[in-house]
Design a binder for this molecule. Structure first.
Ligand code: PDD
Length: 291
């Protein structure tokens, strides 16, 4: 029986009742967050909860939604027997709440709907990782606030489906000749030995894994620059990889049917992946906080 969190309580998933008037259902009026857990230890939880709070603030969703959620994440792992699992993640979502349909915020204001669950995830095996991921390029048709982790994910859904339809693993979102990120992960390229990744602005999600990887690169002495990646850069890149909570550090070895570099995961991707796995498995609480 799956135990979930709903509006202040842990309960069996079957007991959750969500109104059809919930603004999440009617307007996708809400934000979400996904935090990874390795052997029951949540990685970067503080940074994830900060981003959640920032998203709620940007959408002006009020209420005491983030304060108690750190404990909730741990209790969700425990209640579902995931506290000693190798891989799991905790999903949290808050919507503006329940009110008869109308575009503007409800008056008087309503209490946000908060939902959370924990789930096992199988990270890619070493063998799968060595084969790498294949990707297609798709137009980025998202709204102008990709920095908000909105539950309105239709462009991301369509992008990932385009990848599935093409028989590959992921999609790279491109706008105005710039490769911004993956359908649910950030994008890095290696150009002349240096890491390049899109700067954190309204055009991408400021990934927590991205921030960890930049910290690890600095520790390893790998040069990194935050600037847009053009399609030409992508063509010329020695290595390309994705970073994300459910993606970890994942090499892309083929884009639109053409090999990236040697067509195999490259040395910098490998070093950063090992660094990330080490951080994830470490018994120490992370001193690195992304954001
Ligand atoms: N996706 N960019 C986008 C568009 C994302 O949806 C995500 C995360 C990331 C990576 O962010 P982080 O490293 O903080 O997970 C980048 C989550 C995991 C999802 O939708 O499942």
């Amino acid at each position: 029986m799956e135990t979930v969190y709903f509006n202040g309580e842990l309960m069996p998933k079957s007991e959750v009742r969500i109104s059809p008037d919930d603004r999440g259902f009617l307007f996708a009026d809400g934000v979400y967050e996904v935090t990874p857990a390795y052997q029951g230890r949540l990685l970067g939880l503080e940074a994830h909860l900060d981003r959640f709070a920032r998203g709620l603030g940007a959408l002006r969703i009020e209420g005491d939604t983030t304060a108690a959620l750190a404990g909730v994440c741990e209790r969700l792992l425990e209640a579902n027997g995931l506290d000693d699992e190798d891989g799991a993640y905790v999903y949290l979502q808050a919507t503006r709440g329940v009110a008869p349909r109308g575009h503007a915020f409800p008056v008087p204001s309503v209490t946000p709907t908060v939902y959370g669950f924990a789930r096992r995830i199988a990270w890619w095996s070493a063998e799968r990782w060595e084969r790498g991921a294949r990707a297609v390029v798709v137009p980025d048709v998202r709204w102008a606030r990709a920095d908000i982790k909105s539950i309105a994910l239709l462009p991301n859904v369509l992008a990932q489906q385009a990848a599935v339809d093409a028989g590959v693993d992921d999609a790279i979102l491109v706008r105005d000749g710039i490769a911004r990120e993956g359908s649910h992960a950030n994008l890095f390229a290696v150009l002349q030995g240096a890491l390049v990744t899109h700067p954190c602005n309204h055009e991408i999600l400021a990934g927590i894994t991205r921030a960890f990887v930049l910290d690890i690169a600095r520790d390893l002495g790998i040069p990194a620059v935050e600037r847009p990646i053009s399609l030409q850069d992508l063509d010329a890149a020695e290595e390309v990889f994705l970073t994300g909570t459910t993606t970890e550090v994942r090499p892309i070895v083929e884009i639109d049917g053409r090999p990236v570099g040697s067509g195999r995961p490259g040395p910098l991707t490998h070093a950063l992946y090992l660094g990330y796995r080490q951080l994830a498995q470490s018994a120490l609480p992370p001193t690195l906080v992304g954001g």
